[in-house]
Design a protein around this ligand. Structure first.
Ligand code: ATP
Length: 366
């Protein structure tokens, strides 16, 4: 068991830089989620760690060993790749035990380890079934079992649950997290789904165009997004982002956005004072906007564009300064389409980002 470290890892395909100068440490016993939109370089990163792709520059360390040039077989890594292919003519148990068979592990030892891993993943009763006679979710567990049976120093899972329906996905998120904690071995999971990352990871690495945007705990990434990309990518519905300019009002520092002025919190003020940015982007999560039926100073009037009930919550959509603006509310509120309401954007709930390239375009200010 060991920690994993990438130092300044880069890889291009022709003129396409798939991964640029990536440095991340995954402490032993923790789960890192690499998350980002399609094409951001997640799989290329994972393939470099596995030894299936050679980096153009940089190093990969597992514990005290530099594995950058090591053959894939010599890396002691358990892998589960996208579209995990199980051997259709083999039983569940034979599929799970296959990696041990090719390594020449004796039958009795193999059977013992298969039983152990199957128990861990709750698929013991299926061991003698054909993999064609089990459900998609069960197949996913078999693939996981096959990846973990070798007791490697590191696990790599590429989109392990992306092909599952919503209910199974949610179950498997919990299963993977629990499994990783029980194995207590470093694990890197690639996903394009921010909810997978928030719910499973100890550390999240958000990537875009091959570049690391933010590395932090799920709370860091959700509560203090490093830039407008992360702010918009993590969280569902996405964070509302409005254009604004820094402006004082009765001596108080805040931001003007359209016809409205929003006060900055006491905590944010010093950072706004310091910044060279003039134009900013103001962010606020849909879940923290309060909706009132009565007007009051500093409440923003808005008309309901559409209501989207989701059972336990309703997402109301508004238009603010020509931007889509969403608010999450409990179902009791029952607003009608076109109803006029007043939105309260509390100073403590606001995020501020630089808007111009010259001041760090999109970078978090406060
Ligand atoms: P997805 O979620 O769609 O799998 P990803 O984040 O895993 O995407 P990668 O597969 O790592 O992204 O791809 C990163 C970039 O490198 C993309 O622009 C992709 O087209 C390019 N790329 C990846 N593999 C190759 C290859 N073998 N040859 C050429 N270009 C490649």
């Amino acid at each position: 068991m060991a920690s994993v470290r990438f130092n300044n890892l880069s890889r291009s395909f022709g003129t396409v830089p798939a991964v640029r100068d990536l440095s991340i440490e995954v402490p032993d016993g923790t789960l890192l989620c690499l998350v980002g939109p399609s094409g951001c370089g997640k799989t290329t990163t994972l393939r470099m760690v596995a030894g299936l792709e050679t980096p153009d520059a940089g190093e990969i360390w597992v514990g005290e060993q530099n594995i950058t040039k090591l053959e894939p077989r010599a890396r002691q890594i358990g892998m589960m790749f996208q579209g995990f292919a199980l051997y259709p003519h083999l039983s569940v148990g034979e599929n799970i035990g296959y990696p041990l068979k090719v390594r020449g592990v004796a039958r009795a030892e193999r059977d013992k380890r298969v039983a152990e891993v199957a128990k861990l993943l709750d698929i013991e009763p299926l061991i003698h079934r054909s993999v064609q006679q089990i459900s998609g979710g069960q197949q996913q567990r078999v693939a996981l079992a096959r990846a973990i049976i070798q007791r490697p120093q590191l696990y790599l899972l590429d989109e392990p649950i992306s092909s599952l329906d919503a209910v199974l996905r949610s179950t498997m998120r919990g299963e993977i997290k629990r499994l990783q904690k029980m194995l207590s071995t470093a694990m890197i999971v690639v996903t394009h789904d921010q909810l997978d990352a928030l719910s499973m990871a100890d550390t999240i690495a958000v990537m875009k165009d091959g570049v690391l945007q933010q590395l932090g705990s799920p709370d860091d990434v959700y509560s203090r997004p490093a830039n407008t990309f992360v702010a918009g990518f993590v969280g569902e519905p996405r964070m509302n982002l409005l254009p604004g300019t820094i402006e004082r009002h009765d001596g108080r520092l805040g931001v003007r956005t359209g016809d409205h002025w929003l006060a900055a919190s006491e905590k944010a003020r010093p950072e706004l004072e310091k910044t060279k940015a003039d134009r900013v982007t103001v962010g606020i999560r849909p879940s923290v906007v309060k909706v009132h039926r009565t007007a009051a100073p500093e409440r923003i009037p808005a008309r309901v564009y559409v209501a989207e009930p989701e059972g336990s919550r309703v997402i109301y959509e508004f238009r603010l300064i020509d931007e889509i603006f969403k608010v999450e509310s409990d179902p009791e509120l029952r607003l009608q389409m076109e109803e006029e309401v007043f939105l309260e954007l509390r100073p403590e709930a606001l995020h501020f980002f630089a808007a111009d390239q010259s001041t760090g375009g999109g970078r978090r200010i406060a």
